[in-house]
Design a protein. Structure first.
Length: 301
């Protein structure tokens, strides 16, 4: 049996950082250090871990980042007012609000307050609209990271059937749009499954490339995929156990059994998750370049 190819986000992200270095150096020579403002509300442990790893990566690359920690019960007007200040603060080329937000805050209002030109997460309706129109400005980091993994390993979605499980604005929907764009390394036929899909296995078994982004530990089993499928496992789920940490991270795919049938698969951890941070860095560098050139970022209108 042919051995499965492990699609390593670690390898691809190192490649991304390496190729970003000359762009970062060039910005630094012009006196611009790409800067990211991270807004963190409350003390959700998973969000704190994400925010810390983002800050560490920016530090390691000599970039600027600052985290604004806000109390869980912050009134909505206060967070909107902070975002307005950040919109006007030239040290920051990118603004990221860590999700999820506490229930009393309206995520949509918060996202819409970010200046779309600093929206390095790509969640602002203007950026989502540009993406859906096939002329993306900032592409959401996780979907962008998925495309970059496929490109690195020369797995071309063109002409393939890509099945995505999950339709969130963060992963499922934007990745399905990216996959179907009429351009190189896209051009796939796409299907999106969700909790309203009546027979998910019917679709997953047809997938040449299966993207699982649902947040259900090890949901996808070997009998639901065809031989030779390429698996992109976006899920990051904590499953409690009696290990030292008290939990193990698993994806949305039953890795061990599905890997036996797949031709290629992303691991969890070390797959898509690492790429998300690499793409955040790339988007922030792009935003800073935009400022320096006074022009448009790649793909902009
Ligand atoms: N690797 C990374 O960097 C990264 C980044 C973001 C998220 N994630 C992980 O990716 C996973 C998904 O995140 P998300 O933010 O997209 O989650 P989300 O907003 O909760 O969306 C989950 C999607 O999956 C669908 N779904 C859930 N259970 C299902 C089921 N049993 N059958 C069919 N569809 C089902 C939901 O359907 P409905 O729409 O019908 O509810 C929804 O569309 C999570 O594990 C998250 O931690 C990883």
């Amino acid at each position: 049996m042919a051995e499965v190819l492990i699609l390593s986000g670690k390898t691809v992200s190192q490649h991304v950082y390496h190729s970003l270095q000359p762009r970062i150096d060039s910005l630094t020579r012009s006196g611009v250090i790409p800067g990211l403002a991270v807004v963190l509300v409350g003390d959700n442990p998973a969000s704190q871990i994400y925010v810390n790893s983002k800050a560490k990566r920016f530090d390691k690359l000599g970039l600027f980042s600052e985290t604004f920690k806000l109390p869980e019960n912050i009134p909505e007007n206060d967070i909107l007012s902070l975002i307005n200040d950040l919109n006007n603060d030239n040290r920051f080329h990118g603004i990221l609000v860590q999700m999820p937000l506490p229930e009393h805050l309206n995520e949509s209002t918060v996202i819409r307050t970010i200046n779309p030109e600093k929206d390095v997460d790509g969640f602002h309706p203007e950026n989502m609209g540009l993406l859906a129109s096939g002329i993306p400005r900032f592409i959401p980091c996780t979907p962008k990271g998925i495309m970059r993994i496929l490109e690195y390993y020369q797995i071309d979605p063109s002409g393939k059937h890509v099945v995505v499980i999950g339709r969130s604005n963060i992963v499922g929907r934007p990745v399905s749009i990216l996959m179907s764009l009429k351009q190189e390394f896209s051009n796939a036929t796409t299907t999106i499954c969700h909790s309203g899909t009546s027979d998910i296995s019917y679709f997953t078994r047809q997938a040449d490339i299966l993207i699982a982004a649902m947040g259900v530990p090890e949901f996808v089993k070997a009998h639901q995929v065809k031989k030779g499928v390429v698996i992109i496992d976006v899920g990051i789920n904590r499953v409690e156990d009696d290990s030292k940490k008290g939990y193990t991270l698993v994806g949305d795919v039953d890795f061990i059994n599905v890997a036996e049938k797949a031709s290629a698969i992303t691991p969890v951890p070390g797959g898509v998750g690492v790429m998300t941070i690499a793409m955040l860095v790339e988007n922030t560098v792009e935003a800073a370049e935009h400022l320096v050139s006074g022009g448009v970022v790649a793909g902009d209108l």
